[in-house]
Design a protein around this ligand. Sequence first.
Ligand code: FES
Ligand code: FES
Length: 203
Amino acid sequence: MAQPLSRRSFLQGSALATAGATVFGAASVMMESAEAGQSTGLPVIGPGMITMTLEVNGERRAVQVEPRMTLAEALRGPLALTGTKIACNRGACSACTVWLDGVTVCSCMMLALDVGTRRVTTIEGLAKNGELHPVQAAFIEHDALQCGFCTPGMVMSCTALLERMPHPTTADVEAAISGHLCRCGTYPHVIAATLAAAKTRQA
Ligand code: FES
Ligand code: FES
């Protein structure tokens, strides 16, 4: 004889049915998208590793990435350029700032695959012939770092500022670093360092 359906067994059964529908639903979406790629003739990338070429700090580098890998992950992982930091990993702190064709971007917010032919510059690319960039030297001189986690991103933004505006004001530097979060509170030193570097470059 069938057992009477208790409230608990009804809820358990419903949960299992929902979970099953979700799993099978997701599988069918994946199959549909793979089929859609085949039927439209569009290239299907991944889900496995793919090999691509990135121009980083003036060098063309072949790198293996998963399609879901961000530029920040590709830099710090397969490219072993760990100067670029990942802090929030969601576009909120600017610790991961690098340049794409000289323009600052949050590298945690873009896929490595989307870089295309654009030139990537990281903190490792600023020093030339063993000499620190004037902004890097000024950060040290002005004690503009404590834990250093935000520092590479700050340096990339301050250097980009001097590239486009050789004579910045304090307000210009404040605007340039406005998206950067520094838990150690180094902002006044960062501003002083950037203004000093601007003077050094003019000398
Ligand atoms: S780590 Fe990219 S914005 Fe925070
Ligand atoms: S120096 Fe520590 S977060 Fe900025």
